[in-house]
Write a new protein. Structure first.
Length: 512
């Protein structure tokens, strides 16, 4: 006979259904933002170390793998989001038995997903890099980096699923602790492996993989410590609950599809970017690292909105959930103004910190200064989309994000990639002395098998300054479209009725 559901005893600090809305939301968001900043340090430190101690081509090699990594990561990122939504709503409904079932099922899914990505991704690393036309001079290092990252996927999956469970239970502090420990480890190992042991790009990858493993163990230990009304049990992990898994996948699948679509779009965009040559790839890599830092506050507010709205929807407090969304949106706009201003004026110094100079520096500074005006759109998209997921309406933000991405791809081709290719063809046909000189320099480096490949790359470098900014313009257009569409759904959609828990209590509109 099934046991009756037990009432959940909740630490008031983790209960987002009571107390001042703004204080609860911001108090939850700050550790998430700090944790995301630490996560961003993984790739940024990798890039700084590689750019300064290995070289520009190695920096481009690390950047070239990012879209493929994100494509594979889409599966466990979606599962993590699904777990956070289901756990937050169950936590808000104060259902202890169901909370235990969902949490153990989430960890079982982490093991299965991590193993699958390692088995499938590792042998596909080089073919995938060839598919997106990674330049010959960086594909070797890119392959080594990607294979090592894929081999260590399980630790990253444990971190994401475990952290999603903790955040669903209202705890954003221990995921931050995990990332702090992991980031420090990553920085130390980067320096040791690259500078002391001279392991190059492979050393950076091993440092990141080991750090991922540490960050994955800490949330699991914390869940098991007894600090929450749930523990992990081998029996439950080996026999995951089908209904809980179904709910996690139902709510996580749209996020997975969204992340996969965005990553696939990024792969297409990366293939366009690769046409601009290694200088633009290096500049774009630095911009994406910098942009990643700017995104962290927005992503943190989005995750906070997911848990806040999830718990309040589970508790039946619809009006409080709405007020939480408005508080998050206002905060995101304010943060975007600060971040954008800082990047606009500090962009040159940030680029130089990565070792950029010459054409790489020029492209990077121009791109950063344009994107500085676009972060408000990004913030609104993350906060509103995160809130809709927390409510259980995961399909809407997935659709709006995919549509925004679909807008970006043809625009990038029409406005940037096609004109670039046309000019490259003209440069090759003219065969100017500048082309001959640069192609000879490239071929002498030994990175190209034939003089024709070196000429193609030299022509791309010569043509890139006339067209590269359109790659950033279309990114801004995509951000605006995504933010507009999800905001319209929040105002006029039926997201209030998407709860996955049956226990709902009357709305309490008195919370301020």
């Amino acid at each position: 006979m099934a046991e009756e559901n037990k009432a959940l005893k909740v630490n008031s600090r983790n209960d987002l259904t009571e107390g001042p809305i703004f204080a609860k939301l911001i108090g939850f968001a700050i550790p998430v933002i700090l944790g995301n900043l630490c996560m961003q340090l993984y790739n940024v430190v990798d890039s700084i170390v590689v750019g300064n101690y290995v070289g520009t081509d190695a920096l481009a090699a690390v950047g070239a793998v990012f879209p493929i990594m994100m494509l594979f990561n889409a599966l466990f990122m979606g599962a993590s989001m699904g777990a956070q939504i289901v756990i937050s709503q169950t936590f808000g409904a104060k259902d202890e038995d169901r909370l235990r079932t969902v949490t153990n099922t989430a960890i079982a899914l982490a093991i299965m997903i991590g193993a699958a990505i390692t088995i499938i991704g590792t042998p596909l690393a080089r073919p995938l890099l060839k598919l997106i036309k990674t330049p010959a001079n960086i594909i070797g290092n890119s392959t080594s980096y990607l294979m090592i990252i894929f081999a260590g996927t399980l630790g990253n999956v444990f971190f994401n699923l475990g952290s999603g469970a903790l955040r669903g239970m209202g705890d954003s502090r221990w995921p931050l602790v995990a990332m702090l420990v992991s980031s420090v480890t990553n920085i130390i190992l980067d320096l040791v492996f690259v500078i002391y042991f001279d392991m190059g790009v492979a050393g950076v990858a091993w440092a990141t993989t080991i750090a991922h493993f540490l960050s994955g163990m800490i949330p699991l230990w914390r869940i098991q410590s007894g600090a929450y009304p749930v523990r992990l049990h081998i029996k439950d992990i080996l026999h995951p609950d089908k209904s809980a898994a179904g709910q996690i996948f139902k709510l996580g699948l749209p996020s997975s599809i969204q992340n996969a679509a965005m990553s696939l779009g990024s792969v297409v965009i990366q293939s366009f970017a690769n046409s601009f040559g290694s200088n633009f790839i290096a500049a774009n890599t630095i911009i994406m690292k910098t942009d990643g830092f700017a995104m962290m506050p927005m992503m943190g507010l989005g995750m906070a909105s997911t848990s806040f709205v999830g718990q309040n929807i589970g508790a039946g407090k619809i009006d409080r959930a709405k007020k939480g969304v408005h508080a998050g949106q206002i905060t995101a706009i304010a943060v975007a103004a600060v971040v954008g201003t800082a990047l606009y004026f500090l962009g040159k110094y940030i680029m130089r910190a990565f070792g950029a100079d010459g054409q790489v520096l020029m492209m990077g500074v121009s791109g950063v200064r344009f994107l500085a005006f676009c972060y408000a759109f990004m913030g609104l998209d993350h906060v509103t989309g995160g809130a809709m997921r927390g409510a259980g309406a995961a399909i809407a933000p997935a659709i709006t994000s995919i549509l925004a991405n679909l807008i970006r791809i043809p625009l990038a081709y029409i406005l940037a990639a096609r004109p670039l290719r046309q000019e490259i063809a003209q440069i090759l046909a003219a065969r100017s002395p500048d082309l001959t000189s640069k192609a000879a320099e490239f071929f002498a480096s030994g990175a190209y098998k034939t003089l024709e490949e070196a000429e193609q790359s030299a022509a791309a470098v010569m043509a890139a300054p006339n067209h590269f900014m359109y790659m950033f313009y279309v990114m801004g257009i995509s951000m605006f479209c995504g933010a507009l569409m999800i905001f319209l759904y929040f105002k006029f959609g039926k997201w209030q009725n998407k709860s996955v828990v049956k226990k709902n209590r009357p709305d309490d509109s008195r919370d301020l």
